[in-house]
Ligand binder design. Sequence first.
Ligand SMILES: NC(=O)c1ccc[n+]([C@@H]2O[C@H](COP(=O)([O-])OP(=O)(O)OC[C@H]3O[C@@H](n4cnc5c(N)ncnc54)[C@H](O)[C@@H]3O)[C@@H](O)[C@H]2O)c1
Length: 447
Amino acid sequence: MTAIALDAPHHIRDLGLADEGKRRTEWAERSMPVLRQIRERFRREQPLAGRRVSCCLHVTTETANLMITLRAAGADIALCASNPLSTQDDVAAHLVRDHGVHVYAIKGEDHETYYTHLAQALAFGPDLTQDDGADLVSALVMTSLGRLDDLAPPIRAMVEAMSPEEREALVGRVRGSTEETTTGVIRLKAMAQQGLVRFPIIAVNDSRTKHLFDNRYGTGQSTLDGIIRATNMLIAGSTVVVAGYGWCGRGFAMRARGAGATVIVTEVEPVVALEAKMDGFEVMPMAEAAPRGDLFCTLTGNMHVIRREHFAAMKDGAIVCNSGHFNVELDLETLATMATVRRAVRDFVEEFEVNGKRILVLGEGRLINLASAEGHPASVMDMSFANQALAAEYLVVNEATLERKVHTLPASVDNEIASLKLASMGARIDTLTPEQVTYLASWDAGT
Ligand SMILES: NC(=O)c1ccc[n+]([C@@H]2O[C@H](COP(=O)([O-])OP(=O)(O)OC[C@H]3O[C@@H](n4cnc5c(N)ncnc54)[C@H](O)[C@@H]3O)[C@@H](O)[C@H]2O)c1
Protein backbone atom coordinates (compact mmCIF):
# COMPACT_ATOMS: atom_id res chain seq x y z
CA MET A 1 0.00 0.00 0.00
CA THR A 2 1.36 3.39 -0.95
CA ALA A 3 2.39 5.36 2.11
CA ILE A 4 0.13 8.36 1.58
CA ALA A 5 -1.74 9.62 4.65
CA LEU A 6 -5.50 9.62 4.12
CA ASP A 7 -5.77 13.03 5.73
CA ALA A 8 -2.91 14.61 3.77
CA PRO A 9 -4.08 18.03 2.52
CA HIS A 10 -3.10 17.12 -1.04
CA HIS A 11 -1.03 14.72 -3.13
CA ILE A 12 0.03 16.18 -6.45
CA ARG A 13 3.07 16.20 -8.76
CA ASP A 14 4.59 19.61 -8.05
CA LEU A 15 3.20 22.74 -6.42
CA GLY A 16 5.73 24.72 -8.46
CA LEU A 17 3.56 24.21 -11.56
CA ALA A 18 0.78 26.40 -10.13
CA ASP A 19 1.55 29.54 -12.19
CA GLU A 20 1.18 27.62 -15.46
CA GLY A 21 -2.01 25.98 -14.18
CA LYS A 22 -3.45 29.37 -13.25
CA ARG A 23 -2.64 30.82 -16.69
CA ARG A 24 -4.29 27.90 -18.47
CA THR A 25 -7.32 27.81 -16.16
CA GLU A 26 -7.90 31.51 -16.86
CA TRP A 27 -7.68 30.78 -20.58
CA ALA A 28 -10.43 28.16 -20.26
CA GLU A 29 -12.51 30.54 -18.14
CA ARG A 30 -12.75 32.97 -21.08
CA SER A 31 -14.82 30.34 -22.92
CA MET A 32 -17.07 29.54 -19.96
CA PRO A 33 -19.49 32.48 -19.73
CA VAL A 34 -22.42 30.47 -18.39
CA LEU A 35 -20.39 29.02 -15.52
CA ARG A 36 -18.99 32.51 -14.82
CA GLN A 37 -22.49 33.90 -14.36
CA ILE A 38 -23.47 31.03 -12.08
CA ARG A 39 -20.27 31.65 -10.09
CA GLU A 40 -21.16 35.29 -9.55
CA ARG A 41 -24.61 34.35 -8.24
CA PHE A 42 -23.12 31.61 -6.05
CA ARG A 43 -20.66 34.12 -4.60
CA ARG A 44 -23.56 36.29 -3.48
CA GLU A 45 -25.94 33.54 -2.36
CA GLN A 46 -23.50 30.95 -0.91
CA PRO A 47 -25.76 27.94 -1.64
CA LEU A 48 -23.10 25.41 -0.60
CA ALA A 49 -21.88 27.21 2.52
CA GLY A 50 -20.26 24.78 4.94
CA ARG A 51 -20.79 21.75 2.66
CA ARG A 52 -18.00 19.29 1.95
CA VAL A 53 -17.93 18.09 -1.63
CA SER A 54 -15.73 15.20 -2.86
CA CYS A 55 -15.26 15.14 -6.61
CA CYS A 56 -13.86 12.40 -8.83
CA LEU A 57 -13.48 14.18 -12.16
CA HIS A 58 -10.87 14.62 -14.88
CA VAL A 59 -8.46 17.20 -13.43
CA THR A 60 -8.44 19.66 -16.33
CA THR A 61 -8.63 23.44 -16.73
CA GLU A 62 -12.41 23.20 -17.22
CA THR A 63 -12.84 21.17 -14.03
CA ALA A 64 -10.72 23.78 -12.27
CA ASN A 65 -13.32 26.36 -13.22
CA LEU A 66 -16.06 24.16 -11.77
CA MET A 67 -14.05 23.74 -8.56
CA ILE A 68 -13.57 27.52 -8.29
CA THR A 69 -17.34 27.94 -8.77
CA LEU A 70 -18.12 25.46 -5.98
CA ARG A 71 -15.61 27.24 -3.73
CA ALA A 72 -17.34 30.55 -4.54
CA ALA A 73 -20.58 28.90 -3.40
CA GLY A 74 -19.00 28.24 0.01
CA ALA A 75 -18.03 24.56 -0.38
CA ASP A 76 -14.89 22.81 0.87
CA ILE A 77 -13.63 20.47 -1.80
CA ALA A 78 -11.56 17.32 -2.26
CA LEU A 79 -10.76 16.38 -5.85
CA CYS A 80 -9.31 13.15 -7.21
CA ALA A 81 -8.95 12.04 -10.83
CA SER A 82 -11.53 9.92 -12.64
CA ASN A 83 -8.82 8.53 -14.91
CA PRO A 84 -5.12 7.95 -14.19
CA LEU A 85 -4.01 9.61 -17.44
CA SER A 86 -6.27 12.66 -17.62
CA THR A 87 -4.78 14.81 -14.84
CA GLN A 88 -3.13 18.09 -15.77
CA ASP A 89 -0.50 18.44 -13.04
CA ASP A 90 -0.25 22.22 -13.34
CA VAL A 91 -4.00 22.57 -12.83
CA ALA A 92 -3.81 20.38 -9.73
CA ALA A 93 -1.09 22.65 -8.35
CA HIS A 94 -3.10 25.81 -9.09
CA LEU A 95 -6.19 24.49 -7.31
CA VAL A 96 -4.17 23.59 -4.23
CA ARG A 97 -2.14 26.78 -4.01
CA ASP A 98 -4.70 29.38 -5.04
CA HIS A 99 -8.07 27.89 -4.12
CA GLY A 100 -7.46 25.64 -1.13
CA VAL A 101 -8.83 22.56 -2.92
CA HIS A 102 -7.60 19.22 -1.53
CA VAL A 103 -6.36 17.66 -4.77
CA TYR A 104 -5.26 14.03 -4.93
CA ALA A 105 -4.20 13.39 -8.53
CA ILE A 106 -1.00 12.87 -10.51
CA LYS A 107 -0.90 12.28 -14.26
CA GLY A 108 0.16 8.70 -15.01
CA GLU A 109 -0.42 7.49 -11.43
CA ASP A 110 -0.39 3.71 -11.06
CA HIS A 111 -3.46 1.67 -10.20
CA GLU A 112 -2.75 1.66 -6.48
CA THR A 113 -2.10 5.39 -6.25
CA TYR A 114 -5.24 6.06 -8.28
CA TYR A 115 -7.37 4.21 -5.73
CA THR A 116 -5.45 5.66 -2.79
CA HIS A 117 -6.44 9.06 -4.14
CA LEU A 118 -10.07 7.94 -4.27
CA ALA A 119 -9.78 6.78 -0.67
CA GLN A 120 -8.43 10.22 0.28
CA ALA A 121 -11.38 11.93 -1.41
CA LEU A 122 -13.76 9.67 0.55
CA ALA A 123 -11.87 10.17 3.81
CA PHE A 124 -12.61 13.89 3.34
CA GLY A 125 -16.11 13.05 4.66
CA PRO A 126 -18.31 14.50 1.92
CA ASP A 127 -21.87 15.83 2.20
CA LEU A 128 -22.07 15.68 -1.59
CA THR A 129 -20.09 13.78 -4.21
CA GLN A 130 -19.52 14.42 -7.90
CA ASP A 131 -18.51 11.47 -10.09
CA ASP A 132 -17.46 10.87 -13.66
CA GLY A 133 -17.92 7.11 -13.88
CA ALA A 134 -19.60 6.40 -10.51
CA ASP A 135 -16.37 5.44 -8.69
CA LEU A 136 -17.10 7.32 -5.45
CA VAL A 137 -20.73 6.20 -5.22
CA SER A 138 -19.75 2.60 -6.06
CA ALA A 139 -17.22 2.61 -3.20
CA LEU A 140 -19.84 4.05 -0.81
CA VAL A 141 -22.42 1.44 -1.85
CA MET A 142 -19.92 -1.43 -1.51
CA THR A 143 -19.00 -0.08 1.93
CA SER A 144 -22.61 0.15 3.08
CA LEU A 145 -23.24 -3.41 1.82
CA GLY A 146 -20.15 -4.69 3.60
CA ARG A 147 -18.81 -6.00 0.26
CA LEU A 148 -15.25 -5.04 1.15
CA ASP A 149 -13.73 -7.69 -1.16
CA ASP A 150 -15.13 -5.72 -4.09
CA LEU A 151 -13.31 -2.54 -3.08
CA ALA A 152 -9.92 -1.67 -4.60
CA PRO A 153 -7.22 -2.54 -2.01
CA PRO A 154 -6.42 1.04 -0.87
CA ILE A 155 -10.11 1.83 -0.30
CA ARG A 156 -10.62 -1.53 1.35
CA ALA A 157 -7.72 -0.86 3.72
CA MET A 158 -9.28 2.48 4.67
CA VAL A 159 -12.73 0.98 5.29
CA GLU A 160 -11.33 -2.01 7.22
CA ALA A 161 -9.60 0.38 9.58
CA MET A 162 -12.96 2.02 10.41
CA SER A 163 -15.43 0.89 13.06
CA PRO A 164 -18.97 -0.03 11.90
CA GLU A 165 -20.16 3.32 13.30
CA GLU A 166 -17.52 5.23 11.35
CA ARG A 167 -18.46 3.41 8.14
CA GLU A 168 -22.12 4.23 8.70
CA ALA A 169 -21.21 7.85 9.43
CA LEU A 170 -19.22 8.07 6.16
CA VAL A 171 -22.08 6.75 4.02
CA GLY A 172 -24.88 8.31 6.08
CA ARG A 173 -23.39 11.79 5.83
CA VAL A 174 -23.76 11.90 2.03
CA ARG A 175 -26.89 13.86 1.08
CA GLY A 176 -26.58 13.51 -2.67
CA SER A 177 -24.40 12.92 -5.67
CA THR A 178 -24.06 14.05 -9.27
CA GLU A 179 -22.88 11.91 -12.20
CA GLU A 180 -21.23 13.27 -15.32
CA THR A 181 -21.07 10.47 -17.87
CA THR A 182 -23.23 7.92 -19.74
CA THR A 183 -21.41 4.90 -18.33
CA GLY A 184 -21.76 6.19 -14.75
CA VAL A 185 -25.48 6.88 -15.19
CA ILE A 186 -26.05 3.34 -16.52
CA ARG A 187 -24.32 1.90 -13.43
CA LEU A 188 -26.20 4.15 -11.01
CA LYS A 189 -29.55 3.29 -12.55
CA ALA A 190 -28.67 -0.40 -12.15
CA MET A 191 -27.82 0.26 -8.48
CA ALA A 192 -31.06 2.20 -7.96
CA GLN A 193 -33.08 -0.62 -9.52
CA GLN A 194 -31.64 -2.99 -6.95
CA GLY A 195 -32.62 -0.53 -4.20
CA LEU A 196 -29.01 0.14 -3.24
CA VAL A 197 -28.92 3.93 -3.56
CA ARG A 198 -29.09 5.67 -0.19
CA PHE A 199 -29.19 9.26 -1.40
CA PRO A 200 -30.55 11.14 -4.41
CA ILE A 201 -28.36 11.25 -7.50
CA ILE A 202 -28.55 13.75 -10.34
CA ALA A 203 -27.73 12.27 -13.75
CA VAL A 204 -26.06 15.34 -15.21
CA ASN A 205 -25.41 13.39 -18.41
CA ASP A 206 -29.18 13.16 -18.98
CA SER A 207 -29.55 16.95 -19.25
CA ARG A 208 -29.97 17.86 -22.90
CA THR A 209 -27.49 20.72 -22.52
CA LYS A 210 -24.97 18.03 -21.50
CA HIS A 211 -25.12 15.00 -23.78
CA LEU A 212 -26.30 16.72 -26.96
CA PHE A 213 -23.27 19.01 -26.84
CA ASP A 214 -20.52 17.58 -24.64
CA ASN A 215 -20.84 13.99 -25.89
CA ARG A 216 -21.46 14.93 -29.51
CA TYR A 217 -19.42 18.05 -30.27
CA GLY A 218 -16.97 17.80 -27.37
CA THR A 219 -16.05 14.14 -27.80
CA GLY A 220 -16.26 14.43 -31.58
CA GLN A 221 -13.66 17.17 -31.81
CA SER A 222 -11.40 16.20 -28.91
CA THR A 223 -11.20 12.53 -29.89
CA LEU A 224 -9.96 13.47 -33.34
CA ASP A 225 -7.62 15.98 -31.70
CA GLY A 226 -6.20 13.29 -29.37
CA ILE A 227 -5.62 10.88 -32.25
CA ILE A 228 -3.87 13.52 -34.33
CA ARG A 229 -1.68 14.67 -31.42
CA ALA A 230 -0.70 11.07 -30.62
CA THR A 231 0.06 10.04 -34.20
CA ASN A 232 0.17 13.12 -36.48
CA MET A 233 -1.67 10.93 -39.00
CA LEU A 234 -3.44 12.40 -42.02
CA ILE A 235 -7.14 11.73 -41.63
CA ALA A 236 -7.99 12.68 -45.23
CA GLY A 237 -8.11 9.62 -47.45
CA SER A 238 -8.01 7.16 -44.55
CA THR A 239 -10.69 4.66 -43.55
CA VAL A 240 -11.95 5.28 -40.02
CA VAL A 241 -14.03 2.67 -38.20
CA VAL A 242 -16.28 4.10 -35.47
CA ALA A 243 -17.71 1.57 -33.02
CA GLY A 244 -20.96 2.88 -31.50
CA TYR A 245 -23.18 5.57 -33.02
CA GLY A 246 -24.48 7.08 -29.80
CA TRP A 247 -23.96 10.74 -28.95
CA CYS A 248 -20.19 10.39 -28.79
CA GLY A 249 -19.86 8.10 -31.80
CA ARG A 250 -21.95 10.28 -34.10
CA GLY A 251 -19.94 13.34 -33.08
CA PHE A 252 -16.68 11.59 -33.89
CA ALA A 253 -18.01 10.08 -37.15
CA MET A 254 -19.16 13.55 -38.25
CA ARG A 255 -15.76 15.11 -37.55
CA ALA A 256 -13.80 12.25 -39.16
CA ARG A 257 -15.89 12.61 -42.30
CA GLY A 258 -15.35 16.36 -42.21
CA ALA A 259 -11.61 15.75 -42.15
CA GLY A 260 -11.84 13.68 -45.33
CA ALA A 261 -12.03 10.08 -44.07
CA THR A 262 -14.20 7.28 -45.39
CA VAL A 263 -16.17 6.38 -42.26
CA ILE A 264 -17.54 2.95 -41.35
CA VAL A 265 -19.90 2.62 -38.39
CA THR A 266 -20.43 -0.56 -36.35
CA GLU A 267 -23.50 -0.83 -34.08
CA VAL A 268 -25.68 -3.33 -32.22
CA GLU A 269 -28.95 -1.32 -32.16
CA PRO A 270 -30.91 -1.55 -35.43
CA VAL A 271 -32.54 1.90 -35.19
CA VAL A 272 -29.26 3.62 -34.36
CA ALA A 273 -27.50 1.72 -37.16
CA LEU A 274 -30.24 2.85 -39.54
CA GLU A 275 -29.61 6.47 -38.53
CA ALA A 276 -25.92 5.98 -39.32
CA LYS A 277 -26.79 4.48 -42.69
CA MET A 278 -29.13 7.37 -43.55
CA ASP A 279 -26.56 9.87 -42.34
CA GLY A 280 -24.49 8.47 -45.20
CA PHE A 281 -22.02 6.17 -43.42
CA GLU A 282 -21.16 2.58 -44.30
CA VAL A 283 -22.56 0.21 -41.67
CA MET A 284 -21.25 -3.32 -41.11
CA PRO A 285 -20.15 -5.73 -38.34
CA MET A 286 -16.71 -5.21 -36.81
CA ALA A 287 -15.54 -8.51 -38.35
CA GLU A 288 -16.07 -7.02 -41.82
CA ALA A 289 -14.68 -3.61 -40.91
CA ALA A 290 -11.53 -5.03 -39.27
CA PRO A 291 -9.56 -5.70 -42.47
CA ARG A 292 -10.59 -2.34 -43.96
CA GLY A 293 -9.81 0.21 -41.25
CA ASP A 294 -6.70 2.38 -40.98
CA LEU A 295 -7.98 3.80 -37.68
CA PHE A 296 -10.44 2.26 -35.19
CA CYS A 297 -12.10 4.12 -32.35
CA THR A 298 -14.54 2.63 -29.85
CA LEU A 299 -17.19 4.86 -28.23
CA THR A 300 -19.73 2.36 -26.91
CA GLY A 301 -19.51 2.11 -23.11
CA ASN A 302 -19.32 -1.66 -23.68
CA MET A 303 -16.52 -4.20 -23.19
CA HIS A 304 -14.33 -6.08 -25.71
CA VAL A 305 -15.87 -4.40 -28.71
CA ILE A 306 -12.57 -5.00 -30.53
CA ARG A 307 -11.18 -8.42 -29.64
CA ARG A 308 -9.02 -11.32 -30.80
CA GLU A 309 -10.67 -12.08 -34.15
CA HIS A 310 -10.73 -8.39 -35.05
CA PHE A 311 -7.08 -7.76 -34.16
CA ALA A 312 -6.12 -10.87 -36.16
CA ALA A 313 -7.89 -9.54 -39.27
CA MET A 314 -6.47 -5.99 -39.17
CA LYS A 315 -3.98 -4.76 -41.72
CA ASP A 316 -0.38 -3.87 -40.98
CA GLY A 317 -0.16 -0.46 -39.30
CA ALA A 318 -3.77 -0.32 -38.14
CA ILE A 319 -4.26 2.24 -35.35
CA VAL A 320 -6.65 1.36 -32.53
CA CYS A 321 -7.97 3.58 -29.76
CA ASN A 322 -10.88 4.14 -27.40
CA SER A 323 -12.87 7.18 -26.34
CA GLY A 324 -15.49 5.38 -24.22
CA HIS A 325 -15.33 5.81 -20.48
CA PHE A 326 -13.50 2.68 -19.30
CA ASN A 327 -10.44 1.02 -20.82
CA VAL A 328 -12.33 -2.22 -21.43
CA GLU A 329 -13.60 -1.56 -24.95
CA LEU A 330 -10.41 -2.95 -26.53
CA ASP A 331 -9.42 -6.44 -25.36
CA LEU A 332 -5.81 -5.45 -24.78
CA GLU A 333 -5.07 -8.38 -22.48
CA THR A 334 -5.72 -10.77 -25.34
CA LEU A 335 -3.81 -8.57 -27.78
CA ALA A 336 -0.82 -8.77 -25.44
CA THR A 337 -0.96 -12.59 -25.55
CA MET A 338 -1.20 -12.54 -29.36
CA ALA A 339 1.79 -10.24 -29.79
CA THR A 340 5.33 -11.54 -30.25
CA VAL A 341 6.86 -8.09 -29.84
CA ARG A 342 5.50 -5.12 -27.91
CA ARG A 343 7.20 -1.74 -27.69
CA ALA A 344 6.54 1.97 -27.23
CA VAL A 345 7.19 3.75 -30.52
CA ARG A 346 6.12 7.28 -29.60
CA ASP A 347 4.42 9.04 -26.70
CA PHE A 348 0.96 7.46 -26.29
CA VAL A 349 1.63 4.90 -29.07
CA GLU A 350 2.41 1.25 -28.35
CA GLU A 351 3.15 -1.20 -31.14
CA PHE A 352 2.05 -4.85 -30.94
CA GLU A 353 3.47 -7.25 -33.55
CA VAL A 354 0.93 -9.94 -34.39
CA ASN A 355 1.68 -12.50 -37.14
CA GLY A 356 4.19 -10.11 -38.70
CA LYS A 357 1.68 -7.24 -38.73
CA ARG A 358 1.94 -4.15 -36.54
CA ILE A 359 -1.06 -2.92 -34.55
CA LEU A 360 -0.68 0.47 -32.88
CA VAL A 361 -2.64 1.08 -29.68
CA LEU A 362 -3.06 4.66 -28.49
CA GLY A 363 -3.14 5.86 -24.87
CA GLU A 364 -3.25 2.35 -23.32
CA GLY A 365 -6.83 2.07 -24.56
CA ARG A 366 -7.95 4.83 -22.20
CA LEU A 367 -10.01 7.87 -23.23
CA ILE A 368 -7.79 9.14 -26.02
CA ASN A 369 -9.12 12.69 -25.94
CA LEU A 370 -7.93 13.04 -22.35
CA ALA A 371 -4.81 10.85 -22.55
CA SER A 372 -3.05 12.61 -25.42
CA ALA A 373 -5.05 15.84 -25.74
CA GLU A 374 -6.75 18.22 -23.33
CA GLY A 375 -10.24 16.74 -23.24
CA HIS A 376 -13.23 18.73 -24.39
CA PRO A 377 -12.94 22.39 -25.30
CA ALA A 378 -13.91 24.75 -22.49
CA SER A 379 -16.82 26.20 -24.45
CA VAL A 380 -18.70 22.89 -24.36
CA MET A 381 -17.70 22.05 -20.78
CA ASP A 382 -19.23 25.42 -19.91
CA MET A 383 -22.65 23.80 -20.25
CA SER A 384 -21.74 20.43 -18.70
CA PHE A 385 -20.29 22.11 -15.65
CA ALA A 386 -23.11 24.65 -15.43
CA ASN A 387 -25.27 21.53 -15.03
CA GLN A 388 -22.88 20.14 -12.39
CA ALA A 389 -22.89 23.39 -10.42
CA LEU A 390 -26.67 23.76 -10.58
CA ALA A 391 -27.13 20.07 -9.72
CA ALA A 392 -25.10 20.54 -6.52
CA GLU A 393 -27.27 23.52 -5.60
CA TYR A 394 -30.45 21.58 -6.51
CA LEU A 395 -29.47 18.71 -4.21
CA VAL A 396 -28.95 21.07 -1.29
CA VAL A 397 -32.09 23.16 -1.89
CA ASN A 398 -34.30 20.04 -2.30
CA GLU A 399 -32.48 17.87 0.23
CA ALA A 400 -35.56 17.35 2.41
CA THR A 401 -37.84 16.13 -0.37
CA LEU A 402 -35.76 14.40 -3.04
CA GLU A 403 -36.32 10.65 -3.35
CA ARG A 404 -33.36 8.28 -3.12
CA LYS A 405 -33.13 7.52 -6.81
CA VAL A 406 -31.53 8.80 -10.01
CA HIS A 407 -33.02 12.15 -11.06
CA THR A 408 -32.70 14.37 -14.13
CA LEU A 409 -32.51 18.13 -13.64
CA PRO A 410 -35.80 19.88 -14.53
CA ALA A 411 -36.23 21.07 -18.13
CA SER A 412 -36.27 24.66 -16.83
CA VAL A 413 -32.59 24.29 -15.86
CA ASP A 414 -31.73 22.97 -19.33
CA ASN A 415 -33.57 25.90 -20.90
CA GLU A 416 -31.86 28.43 -18.65
CA ILE A 417 -28.41 27.06 -19.52
CA ALA A 418 -29.22 26.98 -23.24
CA SER A 419 -30.56 30.56 -23.12
CA LEU A 420 -27.45 31.84 -21.33
CA LYS A 421 -25.21 30.02 -23.82
CA LEU A 422 -27.11 31.38 -26.82
CA ALA A 423 -26.90 34.91 -25.40
CA SER A 424 -23.15 34.53 -24.87
CA MET A 425 -22.85 33.54 -28.53
CA GLY A 426 -24.83 36.58 -29.65
CA ALA A 427 -27.73 34.43 -30.90
CA ARG A 428 -31.35 35.33 -30.22
CA ILE A 429 -34.50 33.32 -30.85
CA ASP A 430 -38.20 33.94 -31.29
CA THR A 431 -40.81 33.61 -28.55
CA LEU A 432 -44.25 32.09 -29.00
CA THR A 433 -47.06 34.59 -29.59
CA PRO A 434 -50.15 34.20 -27.33
CA GLU A 435 -52.00 32.93 -30.41
CA GLN A 436 -49.33 30.25 -30.98
CA VAL A 437 -49.42 29.21 -27.32
CA THR A 438 -53.17 28.65 -27.59
CA TYR A 439 -52.83 26.83 -30.92
CA LEU A 440 -50.18 24.44 -29.61
CA ALA A 441 -52.31 23.63 -26.56
CA SER A 442 -55.52 22.99 -28.52
CA TRP A 443 -56.78 19.97 -30.45
CA ASP A 444 -59.59 21.52 -32.47
CA ALA A 445 -58.16 24.73 -33.97
CA GLY A 446 -56.94 24.88 -37.58
CA THR A 447 -58.35 21.57 -38.78
N1 LIG B 1 -14.33 10.63 -24.39
C1 LIG B 1 -15.06 11.40 -23.62
O1 LIG B 1 -14.64 12.48 -23.19
C2 LIG B 1 -16.46 11.01 -23.31
C3 LIG B 1 -17.45 11.99 -23.14
C4 LIG B 1 -18.77 11.59 -22.88
C5 LIG B 1 -19.06 10.22 -22.77
N2 LIG B 1 -18.03 9.30 -22.89
C6 LIG B 1 -18.27 7.85 -22.79
O2 LIG B 1 -18.42 7.35 -24.12
C7 LIG B 1 -19.24 6.18 -24.11
C8 LIG B 1 -20.39 6.38 -25.08
O3 LIG B 1 -21.23 7.44 -24.60
P1 LIG B 1 -22.53 7.91 -25.41
O4 LIG B 1 -23.08 9.06 -24.66
O5 LIG B 1 -22.22 8.03 -26.85
O6 LIG B 1 -23.46 6.61 -25.16
P2 LIG B 1 -24.71 6.14 -26.01
O7 LIG B 1 -25.45 5.21 -25.13
O8 LIG B 1 -25.42 7.34 -26.59
O9 LIG B 1 -24.06 5.35 -27.25
C9 LIG B 1 -23.38 4.14 -27.16
C10 LIG B 1 -23.69 3.37 -28.44
O10 LIG B 1 -22.83 2.22 -28.52
C11 LIG B 1 -23.58 1.15 -29.06
N3 LIG B 1 -22.95 -0.13 -28.73
C12 LIG B 1 -22.98 -0.83 -27.57
N4 LIG B 1 -22.26 -1.97 -27.69
C13 LIG B 1 -21.75 -1.97 -28.94
C14 LIG B 1 -20.92 -2.88 -29.66
N5 LIG B 1 -20.49 -4.04 -29.12
N6 LIG B 1 -20.57 -2.56 -30.94
C15 LIG B 1 -21.02 -1.42 -31.52
N7 LIG B 1 -21.82 -0.54 -30.89
C16 LIG B 1 -22.16 -0.81 -29.61
C17 LIG B 1 -24.96 1.33 -28.44
O11 LIG B 1 -25.95 0.65 -29.21
C18 LIG B 1 -25.14 2.84 -28.48
O12 LIG B 1 -25.77 3.29 -29.66
C19 LIG B 1 -19.66 6.00 -22.65
O13 LIG B 1 -18.76 5.13 -22.02
C20 LIG B 1 -19.51 7.39 -22.08
O14 LIG B 1 -19.38 7.38 -20.68
C21 LIG B 1 -16.76 9.67 -23.19
